[in-house]
Design a protein around this ligand. Structure first.
Ligand SMILES: [Zn+2]
Length: 156
């Protein structure tokens, strides 16, 4: 099985959001609330505890500086500093979240979004990323559609 990493948003972005309360590159005010949904947090890649944890909502582009079409959208992070997800493979914290993978090819074309079946997320994602023409995949919430994280192959 191909090895891959799932990368959260850059730590600098989370830092700017928490300190300035403005969305980096957009300037929209950040909205703070008690979690009304599971998210997940785009930094630690874990589901929010509904009604218990505070979260920040802001506008984010997964393509800033790398694509003609930036596709900005709403994302959440924990209001308080959390431990950024690290390591290879599918994050444990995303197991409870419905996720689709959107695959981007080396030639710039995009594949149909593919639902990652519960319990087989890692195997299916590894299979998608094993294709040589695949450059990376974006993981998005299967119901809300918003960007969660970026997945790509790594050499082991
Ligand atoms: Zn977090």
């Amino acid at each position: 099985m191909v090895a891959f990493i799932v990368s959260p948003i850059a730590p600098e972005i989370a830092e700017i959001v928490r300190t300035t309360r403005l969305a980096p590159e957009y300037g929209h005010p950040v909205h703070e609330e008690l979690a009304r949904g599971t998210g997940p947090c785009r930094e630690c890649l874990r589901a929010f505890t509904v009604g218990a944890e505070r979260r920040l909502l802001f506008t984010h582009s997964p393509f800033t500086g790398t694509s003609v079409l930036a596709q900005p959208g709403p994302v959440f992070i924990h209001a308080d500093a959390c431990v950024r997800h690290d390591g290879t493979g599918y994050p444990d914290g995303l197991q409870s979240i419905p996720v689709v993978a959107q695959v981007y090819h080396e030639d710039g074309t995009i594949a149909e979004p593919r639902r990652l079946p519960p319990g087989a997320e890692s195997a299916v994602l590894a299979g998608l990323l094993a294709e040589p023409r695949v450059r990376f995949a974006h993981l998005r919430h299967a119901e809300a559609g918003c960007f969660i994280a970026r997945a790509e192959r790594v050499a082991m």
